[in-house]
Design a protein around this ligand. Structure first.
Ligand SMILES: Nc1ncnc2c1ncn2[C@@H]1O[C@H](COP(=O)(O)OP(=O)(O)OP(=O)(O)O)[C@@H](O)[C@H]1O
Length: 260
């Protein structure tokens, strides 16, 4: 267990969406956890349980109504440059080539230099798309597009990578290879990752810890350390320990939840 100061501290966070009429909708209550530097943490929970809401709060896209989120001891708004988010869909701009899409955050930061362009190309190499830098998103498969969007999230060297069901729209085989890809990228770049998924096996296979969000309102009902050896392999999935952890999480969420 690490003794380093946390990168993210979520302190008693709650969220109530204000309704136009009637009572507000409280979707999160009393969420409290830390993320250590370089840690990979998955979040699973039932649909509508507040996972995306939690990620949006940590990314600064949404303001929590209770508690606080600190990034290296500062408020989220002061730490936006340290955080990048990957969404379920790749959201690439079709009129820009892949390299130009990856460079977008550097343009916003007015940091388009030979060095940052070289790093963008390096990232495309890292995800196996070195020869697609000048191609356009419509020339790529869904999995390739999602890899471009991961490069775009990494190009600004964010300390924290927030991923909201990034592989949810992919077919099973592509999803599988993206899991390996993500593990490799994470091991090479050592970012802190917060990864929301509906797939319990995916959550367990990728993570150092799995946070289970129970409803409702959403709160952390379990924080499970995953002590499976790294790097995780195909064989990891066939170990008894893996099967036991998956079964535990399934039980926590209820079999009738229908989560795969
Ligand atoms: N902008 C909003 N205004 C009002 N209610 C909202 C808003 N966004 C989300 N909600 C509500 O908050 C609850 C949690 O939604 P959220 O998207 O955070 O859940 P989730 O766990 O990510 O769901 P899923 O797994 O289906 O993606 C839902 O009941 C949803 O209807």
């Amino acid at each position: 267990m690490t003794t380093e100061a946390p990168v993210i501290s979520v302190r008693d966070v709650g969220m109530t969406y204000t309704a136009r009429r009637g009572a507000g909708n409280t979707v999160l209550r009393g969420c409290d956890f830390d993320i250590a530097p370089g840690e990979f943490v998955s979040i699973v929970g039932q649909s509508g349980g507040g996972k995306t809401t939690l990620l949006k709060i940590i990314s600064g896209l949404l303001e929590n109504t209770e508690g606080e989120v600190l990034v290296r001891g500062r408020g989220v708004k002061e730490a936006l440059r340290d955080i990048a988010m990957v969404f379920q869909g790749p959201v690439l701009l079709p009129w820009r080539n892949n390299l130009a899409n990856v460079m977008l955050p550097m343009e916003f930061r007015k940091r388009v230099t030979p060095e940052t362009r070289a790093y963008a190309r390096e990232l495309l190499e890292l995800v196996g798309l070195g020869d697609k830098a000048e191609s356009y998103s419509y020339e790529l498969s869904g999995g390739m597009q999602q890899r471009v969007s991961i490069c775009r999230a990494l190009v600004s060297h964010p300390e924290i990578l927030l991923m909201d069901e990034p592989f949810g729209a992919l077919d099973a085989m592509t999803r599988d290879s993206m899991n390996f890809e993500l593990q490799r990228i994470w091991q090479e770049t050592k970012r802190s990752v917060l990864f929301v998924t509906h797939s319990i096996p995916e959550a367990v296979w990728l993570a150092d810890r799995v946070l289970v969000v129970g409803d409702r309102p959403g709160r952390i009902i379990a924080d499970i350390r995953i002590d499976l050896a790294r790097p995780r392999t195909k064989e990891t999935r066939y170990t008894d320990t893996f099967a036991e952890i998956v079964a535990d999480v399934e039980q926590l969420l209820g079999v009738e939840a229908g989560i795969s």
